[in-house]
Design a protein around this ligand. Structure first.
Ligand code: RNT
Ligand code: ZN
Length: 412
């Protein structure tokens, strides 16, 4: 089936082997927080807060670093290609000790860096400015209280240093992404002062210059959250401006816009003004619900734009979803593979023909080509990619997860 597919694609000018090479060299950053419902390993960790919510109580949640690593090792074995780990600061190896967020050091993450090295993968990092008493007002870097602001500035500064150490040790730049929950449930009387303070805090966070080969700074906007329905300090406009002005990376989370607003169309605009793009591929259902990513129109459109804009080189693809109502390993694997399948479909587009039709203003042919490419045997190419990487194909994926569930997860 693969050989037939390859010939069929060749007949419309698509080089399947080239597509598979790009697939092999495009890594997805696996968000550690799908494995334990965004709890982390801080001593006496509090409830998930700051507008983040995980629903479901499926058995088998990773409760320790060892369990999370064991689960991640299984997930990595279910994904074709080489990927990365995206770690939040609350997942440090604190050895049961309580370590304040502004006191985290590289040492607390050394065992993760070592684990990544052993797995042969890169690492990305995130300060965790949520689920903490000092975030209970719904404000962190923009808080009117100088002491609280500075506490979070120190946390973000420490996070960048940890990111840079990971990047240096692993020989691959770490993307350190700052997302904060700051906002208000009801109408603010003074939006401007919060945004001015956020800018000042971010300037302090990014003041230390770090080697860009080790650390890439990113900022993530949001439209609204639970408890910040009327006002989010770090809105899209705020961060687009900040990232363009300061030449940081911009993170576009697929769930952080109006429900019918996709992020695909933003990619070509954003990349004209910022050096790097970070994606949080996610799926919002009616709100920023962080459902498991699917092989759906929105995800396919994102990947199409990355390919069409030749943007894979300066885009960092991360995932951001958390579903505790189904097997968490399956959620990780299904979501990541959906992003990968979408990328493959985009790479198999009859690009030359599409460009030709567009140049000739033959939009009938353009539309017809787009529909035709959906009907081509891309799935045979996907199965071949899985086979070459010695990971399960679509028919056997769930079997592997279920075996692990009955052997390992059910004993937790
Ligand atoms: C929250 C943001 C953020 C978080 C993670 C845990 O709305 O999407 O990226 O989901 O950092
Ligand atoms: Zn996100």
């Amino acid at each position: 089936m693969f050989e037939q597919a390859k010939e069929m694609y060749a007949s419309i000018g698509v080089d399947v082997e080239n597509a598979l090479e790009v697939m092999a060299s495009t890594s997805i950053s696996l968000h550690c927080w799908q494995g334990d419902d965004v709890r982390g390993f801080e001593a006496g960790a509090t409830e998930l807060g700051s507008g983040l919510a995980v629903t479901g109580n499926y058995p088998g949640r990773a409760r320790t670093i060892d369990e999370l690593r064991q689960d991640l090792e299984l997930v990595l074995g279910l994904l074709p290609g080489t990927h990365r780990l995206n770690l939040h600061a609350i997942y440090g190896d604190f050895g049961g000790k309580s370590v304040e967020r502004d006191a985290i050091e590289v040492g607390h993450f050394q065992s993760w860096i070592d684990w990544c090295k052993a797995e042969g993968i890169g690492m990305d990092f995130n300060p965790s400015c949520f689920s903490h008493p000092k975030a209970d007002d719904g404000l962190t870097l923009s808080h009117p209280d100088k002491g609280i602001r500075e506490f979070w500035v120190r946390h973000c500064q420490a996070s960048r240093r940890i990111g840079a150490a990971a990047g240096e040790q692993l020989g691959s730049a770490c993307v350190t992404n700052v997302w904060i929950p700051d906002g208000m449930k009801d109408l603010p009387a003074d939006r401007m002062s919060y945004r001015q303070r956020l800018e000042q805090s971010l300037d302090a966070v990014f003041a230390q210059s770090l080697n860009k080969a080790h650390n890439i700074d990113a900022v993530e906007s949001k439209l609204f959250g639970i408890g910040s329905e009327s006002f989010v300090v770090g809105s899209h406009e705020f961060y687009l401006g900040y990232a363009a002005k300061n030449q940081t990376a911009l993170c576009l989370d697929a769930g952080h816009f109006h429900p019918t607003e996709g992020i695909a169309d933003k990619i070509s605009s954003v990349l004209m003004y910022v050096p790097h793009l970070l994606l949080h591929v996610s799926r919002g259902v009616r709100w920023d619900s962080d459902h498991v990513v699917l092989f759906d129109d929105a995800t396919q459109a994102i990947m199409q734009e990355l390919v069409r804009c030749d943007a894979l080189g300066n885009t960092h693809i991360g995932l951001d979803f958390f579903d505790a109502s189904i097997n968490r390993i399956a959620a990780w694997a299904i979501g990541t593979r959906a992003a990968q399948k979408s990328l493959l479909l985009a790479l198999l587009e009859p690009r030359a023909q599409l460009l030709e039709a567009e140049a000739e203003r033959d939009y009938t042919r353009r539309l017809s080509l787009l529909e035709m490419s959906k009907a081509l045997p891309w799935s045979s190419v996907w199965e071949e990619f899985c086979r070459r990487n010695e990971v399960p194909g679509e028919l056997t994926l769930l079997e592997k997860v279920k075996t692990y569930e009955s052997k390992v997860l059910s004993a937790r």
